[in-house]
Design a protein around this ligand. Structure first.
Ligand code: NAD
Length: 455
């Protein structure tokens, strides 16, 4: 079995570091350490837990540039994105640092006594993270889990462990007790699978492919283990004839090509009302040509490389022999896992490129006649994560928002993620919600206690 992995800079293909991969035995030892650390962590005064989370946030803030540069080298993210990602970890920690002192139960009126509920921590939580947004996705799991009094084991993706390992150091520097937050770089089928099978890991938070998500759900069923799943997406960007077409077209490339399309929320299907289809395409073409693809450490770059050679080849497999390419952007010469921003039009409704999550800089465009057809096309997918609706008609904006089966919609914009609002998928895009005011609840068990006042 491989005991280490060479990490490559995706923009140069040069090895930047070799990281050991941990074994099942080492995972078990980490679980044992977490079990005892969790008891003390949960008993800490709420204000002290809150203070430590704020100190962790401050440590992340102090290291923001270093974390961002690590992600540029390890994942090929643009420096602008990587700074946002590190800042998001800080913000999510600060947001959930308010939770320990607000984890109130209820007092419920009953006969013969007093009834109280408590929000108890679950215990040890395993967080499994993909390579596309290593920092934010980790934070969305570990911050609320820690706030609720759980210990966290974090397994980064094989290809992108560096920022997670640095976050573990920062947690210790900030004063978090040892073993409350452990980062375990390792293979999914080794460490991730052990989170699922180990009886002392009481909850698994998984973000990744729908295929692996189903395996995790099946595995967790064995022990009725708590589980949150954030899975794939094939999201629609619906442009009505009454929209501000200039803004809709100017923003469409960013909505799908950001992070080189390696984004579960990428708006990879553009639906355009037929009466404005030609005009929209005429506006889209220069916007795609203007996407600057290149050195991710250059602040003027819009799009970097893909994560790996294997992933580049997978993305290209959706394009080979596809006669529907309407236009493409450009890529740099030389090493690096590049794929040019690509627009397929008209998208073929039965093609894999239209139906499957490509997770690369490829977008299909399809015309529709009316609102009903737009909604039907948007919902014609097993996924339901995000989407956008462009219209100047507020009634239509609300009707379509209610009709599209997806967890995160935006009107006249493409935002999906705010740490203070819930995030998650309908249908096969996931189970449960992260972020927002209720996320901490999914890291607690409600305990009901009745106290008799009878003599
Ligand atoms: P992946 O499913 O291959 O891997 C994700 C993580 O699971 C990795 O850490 C991997 O090591 C681990 N893993 C793999 N096999 C496992 C197993 N059998 N048991 C336990 N863990 C296992 O996904 P990926 O290719 O790294 O990431 C891309 C996918 O993630 C895309 O489908 C994307 O849509 C999805 N994603 C979803 C969201 C969301 O919030 N909904 C966000 C980002 C990415």
């Amino acid at each position: 079995m491989t005991r280490s992995i060479d990490l490559l800079d995706p923009s140069t293909e040069v090895v930047i570091e070799t990281v050991p991969l941990i074994s099942v035995e080492e995972t078990d030892a980490a679980v044992n350490r977490a079990v005892s650390a969790q008891r003390d962590w949960a008993e800490l005064a709420p204000a002290d837990r809150a203070r430590l989370l704020r100190r962790f946030a401050a440590a992340v803030d102090g290291d923001l540039e270093n974390l961002a540069r690590l992600e540029v080298r390890n994942a090929g993210h643009t420096i602008g994105n990587a700074r946002w990602e590190a800042g998001n970890v800080r913000d999510v920690l600060n947001y959930f640092s308010a939770a320990p002192e607000r984890l109130s139960g209820r007092q419920i009126p009953v006969a013969g006594g007093v009834d109280l509920t408590f929000k108890e921590p679950i215990g040890v939580v395993g967080v499994i993270v993909p390579w596309n947004f290593p920092m934010p996705i980790a934070g969305w799991g570990f911050a609320p889990a820690l706030a609720a009094g759980n210990a966290v084991l974090l397994k980064p993706a094989e290809l992108t462990p560096l920022t997670a390992l640095r976050l573990a150091e920062l947690a210790l520097e900030a004063g978090l007790p040892e073993y409350v937050f452990q980062v375990l770089p390792g293979a999914g089928p080794v460490v991730g699978t052990r989170f699922v099978s180990h009886p002392q890991v009481r909850k698994v938070v998984f973000t990744g492919s729908t295929r692996v998500g189903k395996e995790i759900l099946r595995g967790c069923a064995e022990q009725i283990k708590r589980v949150t799943l954030e899975l794939g997406g094939k999201n629609a960007n619906i442009v009505f004839a009454d929209a501000d077409l200039e803004r809709a077209a100017a923003s469409a490339p960013g909505a799908v090509f950001d992070n080189s399309g390696q984004d579960c929320c990428a708006r990879s299907r553009i639906l355009v009302q037929r009466s404005v289809y030609d005009r929209f395409m005429a506006l889209l073409e220069p916007a795609v040509a203007a996407v600057r693809v290149g050195d991710p450490s250059d602040p003027s770059t819009d799009m970097g490389p893909l994560i790996s050679a294997a992933h580049r080849d997978k993305v290209n497999s959706y394009l080979s022999g596809n006669g529907a390419v309407a236009f493409r952007g450009s890529v740099p010469d030389g090493p690096g896992y590049w794929v040019a921003p690509t627009v397929l039009a008209p998208g073929q409704l039965d093609s894999p490129a239209w139906r499957e999550e490509i997770f690369g800089p490829v977008v299909g465009v399809v015309p529709f006649e009316d609102e009903a057809e737009a909604v039907a096309l948007a919902n014609d997918t097993e996924y339901g994560l995000s989407g956008s609706i462009w219209t100047e008609n507020v009634g239509r904006a609300l009707r379509v928002s209610r009709a599209v089966q997806a967890g995160n919609l935006s009107v006249n914009s493409h935002s999906s993620v705010r740490y203070s609002t819930p995030f998650g998928g309908f249908k096969q895009s996931g189970l449960g919600r992260e972020l927002g005011p209720d996320a901490v609840d999914s890291f607690t068990e409600t305990k009901n206690v009745f106290i008799s006042t009878g003599e």
